[in-house]
Design a protein around this ligand. Sequence first.
Ligand code: B4P
Length: 192
Amino acid sequence: MFNLVLFGPPGSGKGTQSSKIIEKYNLAHVSTGDILRIEVANETPLGTEAKKFMDQGMLVPDEVVIGMISSKLDENPNAAGFIFDGFPRTVAQAQALDNLLDFKNHPINIVLSLIVSEDELKTRLISRGESSGRSDDNEEVITKRIKEYHAKTSPVADYYKSKNKLVEVKGEGTVETIFDSLCDEIDTIQPE
Ligand code: B4P
């Protein structure tokens, strides 16, 4: 089993690159952002709770997100591996994920961290907001999301660095160039 975390700030291209990686390596996709948006669209109790945080550019509480991941892993018992997209976003989530995967004897193999400048992130997210209809893609909320990233999510990179699992990849350039760089890193530890 091959488990990969795709890490980076909001708008760094995690969702964009995940869909390409899944196709090439046949991994099961776990995107907490997508799961939460489905819950919001279906107006479930979880979605109603999560929406309050997402609309303000804040992270959804750890206990909500960790519970969702646990059920997602159980739903895919025969997966060749998982790509975690947008999760973990706090050190508590990273520790919870390690505990879940240790229990299954399949730890995280690599954490690929997309490096993108703040100006580029804002440009991308504002442009996505013009077409996505996402309630969290306006300038005020984007600024809050980036602030939340620096406060709560960037320590996750140090967590994986201390475990020698973090690899930084330039996240600016064409989607294809970035994808090639990510594949090069994956192939060094998981030959096709
Ligand atoms: P997410 O859904 O994870 O989304 P994201 O961080 O905004 O975007 P991503 O990095 O995937 O960027 P994308 O490929 O779309 O999170 C949304 C919210 O959900 C969070 O704010 C939080 O409230 C909540 N949440 C999710 N997970 C959570 C967790 N674990 N704990 C707590 N809360 C959680 O790319 C962005 C744009 O850039 C797109 O328009 C794309 O087309 C464009 N783009 C991509 N690559 C490009 C490139 N190379 N050049 C130019 N443009 C590019």
